[in-house]
Design a protein around this ligand. Structure first.
Ligand code: TLP
Length: 351
């Protein structure tokens, strides 16, 4: 039970006492000189968990994705990705603005490109067209509500891309949620791809940071690009120390967040003015809709729900004129979920 129930994102998680302790005692050095032992330990640990040769600690998932795209493309190339992907929608067009690549968003069924869609999107050798430089996939899928694709689905897409000599990047901001939900090792999701970014500062609870993993050669290039973008950090072991605790202690507990998200979704379907696609609730994200049918709606139902919840110290995030996203995480417990459901019930019963 928490005073404030913050369901806006798992990025809002606060560091655990153990993380703060580790940060306070972290052994540090200048990481641009590759002399920070704690950063090196985190990178080695991350690479091992992702089944890759090397890792690179970056400030954010956005920087991790940008560095990964820049390290594997050149200006004038095209990147194939899902229309609803985070890279295409929420990363400020960095890949185009800074990397000079063109995005080729493809509309998919559930956020995941199929092998046939990739085959169709790959450019032929023709002087008029931009060469395809990279294919990106996202798992779990944020805008689809935290849905997972299987390692086999990723492998099938990667096989098509690799067959054409095109590398594949996984935006695995929440790849550990997928691994826990599907009871698979994270390495199975990353084995087919050339690069992966995962976040320490979402469900894993670290205050800052993501890690890019790939071959030693790729990470060497990524390190230079990170420096170019101003992402070379000095005594970054202070924050990497929290990332180590995140990897060691916070992965298995993601299952609790999934149980809480499920409870939230199952409560929401019982409320007549709200609806949720239960099949989409596979990890820690619940996207639900406000149904207008069946009675006179308030002026802006979404605003009324957000404001009504805020008055009850519950924070939720609208993602459209009639849609709300809730994300469960370590700072939300089962009691908080009941409180949120009570609030939703009370507010919507007046409509
Ligand atoms: N997602 C954030 C917001 O940017 C929407 C959130 O609250 O969910 N890939 C995926 C799939 C993400 O969900 C996010 C963050 C990122 C990349 C970027 O990570 P950060 O926020 O560390 O730059």
């Amino acid at each position: 039970m928490h005073d404030i129930v913050d369901l806006r994102s798992d990025t809002l998680t606060l560091p655990t006492p153990e993380m703060r302790e580790a940060m306070g005692h972290a052994e540090v050095g200048d990481d641009v000189w590759e002399e920070d032992p704690t950063v090196k330990r985190l990178e080695a640990m991350a690479a091992e968990r992702m089944g890759k040769e090397a890792g690179l600690f970056v400030t954010s998932g956005t920087l991790g994705n940008l560095v990964s795209v820049l390290a594997q493309t050149r200006p004038g190339q095209e990147v194939v990705l899902d229309l609803d992907s985070h890279i295409f929608n929420y990363e400020v067009a960095g890949t185009s603005a800074i990397g000079g690549v063109q995005m080729r968003p493809v509309k998919t069924e559930r956020g995941f490109l199929t092998p046939a869609q990739v085959r169709e999107a790959l450019r032929p050798a023709n002087i008029h067209v931009p060469p395809t430089g990279l294919v990106c996939v996202e798992n779990t899928h944020n805008r689809q509500g935290g849905t997972c694709c299987t390692p086999e689905e990723i492998a099938a897409v990667a096989a098509v891309a690799h067959g054409a000599g095109v590398p594949v990047h996984l935006d695995g901001a929440r790849v550990f949620n997928a691994a826990v939900a599907l009871r698979r090792d994270a390495r199975e999701f990353t084995r087919p791809v050339d690069s992966v970014t995962f976040c320490l500062s979402k469900g894993l609870g670290a205050p800052v940071g993501s890690v890019v993993c790939g071959s030693a050669e790729l990470i060497g290039r990524a390190r230079r690009i990170r420096k170019m973008l101003g992402g070379g950090m000095r005594q970054a072991g202070v924050i990497a120390a929290a990332g180590i605790v995140a990897l060691e202690r916070m992965v298995a507990r993601l299952a609790e967040d999934h149980v809480n998200a499920r409870a939230l979704a199952e409560g929401i379907v019982t409320l007549p003015r709200l609806s949720v696609d239960l099949a989409s609730v596979q990890t820690n994200i619940v996207i639900f809709k406000i149904e207008r049918a069946g009675g006179p709606p308030p002026e802006s139902p979404v605003n009324e729900l957000v404001k009504g919840c805020a008055a009850r110290k519950i924070k939720i995030h609208p993602i459209g004129p009639a849609a709300i996203r809730c994300v469960t995480h370590k700072d939300v417990d089962a009691e908080d979920i009941r409180r949120a459901l009570d609030a939703f019930g009370e507010i919507t019963s007046r409509w």
